[in-house]
Design a protein around this ligand. Structure first.
Ligand SMILES: NC(=O)c1ccc[n+]([C@@H]2O[C@H](COP(=O)([O-])OP(=O)(O)OC[C@H]3O[C@@H](n4cnc5c(N)ncnc54)[C@H](O)[C@@H]3O)[C@@H](O)[C@H]2O)c1
Ligand SMILES: O=C(O)C[C@H](O)C(=O)O
Length: 344
C-alpha cells in the first residue's frame, strides 16, 4: 500500500514537472528562482511549502514563520526534488528569508472561526501584513507578492500603501490570491454541468469575500445548458465556499488544503510568467481600471514583470451585471479600510 502510494506520488511529480517543462523551455534552460513562504508553518503554509517543494521551477525555497519553522523546514528539506530549503524562524531572520526572492507568498495570519466574517480578521491580520510588506520593500522590492492573508480585499490595498510609502510600489507585482474561488467554481460547475472537471474554465471576478466573489458562469466552458436556478445556486455556493469549510471545521480554522493547492497553482503561474512562458492567464485581485474601483479581481495575463495585461470582464449576463453592481459598495469600503489603516 505504502509502496504503491509512493509510486503514485513519484509519477505525479514526474509527470507534473515534465508537463511544466514541455510548456515553454527545455529542462537545462529552467532559471534559478527563489520562492519565500511567510507563515510557512501554518495550516496553509505547510501543504503549500510541500507543493512548492514539488515544483521544478523553484530552485530555492525559504520557509519563514514565527513559530514551528525548524521542524517544517527540516521535514520538507528531505524531499528529493530540485529546490534547496532553508527555514527562518524569527523576525531577525526575515530579511535573509526574503533576500533574492522572486516570488513571496503570504499566508501569515489568523483564520476565521464559525460566525466570523473575513473582515473580523482585519484587526490582527492588517498589522501582520503591514510588517511583512515593510520587510519585503526593504529586502526584495522586485518580488512578485502573492497575498493570501485575509481579508484579501483590504490586505492587498494595505500592501500597496506600504510599498508606496517605501517608494517601491509596482502594481504589476502585487496580487491578491483569489484562485481558490476559481478552483471552487470549476469544481461546483463540473458537478452540475456533468462535464470533466479538468476541462472546466470559469472566470471569477470582483474580490474575495461573500458577494464580492462573482463567478461568471455565463462564460464557463465547456458550455452547458443550466437553468437560472442552478446558476443562482452555483453562484451562492461559490460565494459561501469559504464559510462552508469554516463551518465544517467547526472552530479548527478555514480552508487550508484546497487553499494550498490554489496558492501553488497561482505561484506556479507567476513563475511561468517570470520565465517567459506565453499566455499564462489566471484570475487575481490587482490594481485595476476594469471598473471604477482601484483594485478588482479579473483575468490577468502574467509575464516577465508580473502583470502584463489586466483583461476585461467580457460579456456579462443580466444576473452577473446585477451582481457586479451589488458587490461594488462592499468592495469599495474594504479597499478604503485597508488604505486608511496603512496611511494613518
Ligand atoms: N485568499 C484565500 O483564498 C484564503 C484561503 C484560506 C485562508 N486564507 C487566509 O490565510 C490566512 C492563514 O490561514 P491558516 O489557516 O494557514 O492559518 P494558521 O493559523 O493555521 O497559520 C497562520 C500561520 O501564520 C503564522 N504567523 C502569524 N504571524 C506571523 C508573522 N508576523 N510572520 C510570519 N508568520 C506569522 C503563524 O505562526 C501560523 O503558523 C488566514 O488569514 C486565512 O483567512 C485565505
Ligand atoms: O473563508 C475563509 O475565511 C478562508 C478563505 O478566504 C476561503 O475562501 O476559504
Amino acid at each position: 500500500m505504502r509502496a504503491s502510494m509512493l509510486r503514485s506520488i513519484k509519477s505525479l511529480t514526474t509527470s507534473a514537472s515534465s508537463h511544466i517543462l514541455r510548456r515553454g523551455y527545455a529542462s537545462e534552460a529552467v532559471p534559478e528562482r527563489k520562492v519565500a513562504v511567510l507563515g510557512a508553518a501554518g495550516g496553509i503554509g505547510q501543504p503549500l511549502s510541500l507543493l512548492m517543494k514539488l515544483n521544478p521551477l523553484v530552485s530555492n525555497l525559504a520557509l519563514y514563520d514565527i513559530a514551528n519553522t525548524p521542524g517544517v523546514a527540516a521535514d520538507v528539506s528531505h524531499i528529493n526534488t530540485r529546490s534547496e530549503v532553508v527555514g527562518y524562524a524569527s523576525d531577525a531572520e526575515l530579511g535573509k528569508a526574503l533576500e533574492g526572492a522572486d516570488v513571496v507568498i503570504i499566508p501569515a495570519g489568523v483564520p476565521r472561526k464559525p460566525g466570523m466574517t473575513r473582515d473580523d480578521l482585519f484587526n490582527i491580520n492588517a498589522g501582520i501584513v503591514k510588517g511583512l510588506c515593510e520587510a519585503i520593500a526593504k529586502h526584495c522590492p522586485k518580488a512578485l507578492v502573492n497575498m493570501i492573508s485575509n481579508p484579501v480585499n483590504s490586505t492587498v490595498p494595505i500592501a500597496a500603501e506600504v510599498f508606496k510609502k517605501a517608494g517601491t510600489y509596482d502594481p504589476k507585482r502585487l496580487f491578491g490570491v483569489t484562485t481558490l474561488d476559481v478552483v471552487r467554481a470549476k469544481t461546483f460547475y463540473a458537478g452540475k454541468a456533468m462535464v470533466p472537471v479538468a476541462e472546466v474554465n470559469v472566470p471569477v471576478v470582483g474580490g474575495h469575500a461573500g458577494i464580492t466573489i462573482l463567478p461568471l458562469f455565463s462564460q464557463a466552458t465547456p458550455k452547458a445548458n443550466l437553468s437560472d436556478e442552478v446558476i443562482t445556486a452555483l453562484t451562492k455556493r461559490t460565494q459561501d465556499g469559504g464559510t462552508e469549510v469554516v463551518e465544517a471545521k467547526a472552530g479548527k480554522g478555514s480552508a487550508t488544503l484546497s487553499m494550498a493547492y490554489a496558492g501553488a497553482i497561482f505561484a506556479d503561474a507567476c513563475l511561468k510568467g517570470l520565465n517567459g512562458v506565453p499566455d499564462v492567464i489566471e484570475c487575481s485581485f490587482v490594481q485595476s481600471t476594469v471598473t471604477e474601483l482601484p483594485f478588482f479581481a479579473s483575468r490577468v495575463r502574467l509575464g516577465k514583470n508580473g502583470v502584463e495585461e489586466v483583461l476585461g470582464l467580457g460579456p456579462l449576463s443580466d444576473f452577473e451585471k446585477e451582481g457586479l453592481e451589488k458587490l461594488k459598495p462592499e468592495l469599495k469600503s474594504s479597499i478604503e479600510k485597508g488604505i486608511k489603516f496603512a496611511t494613518q
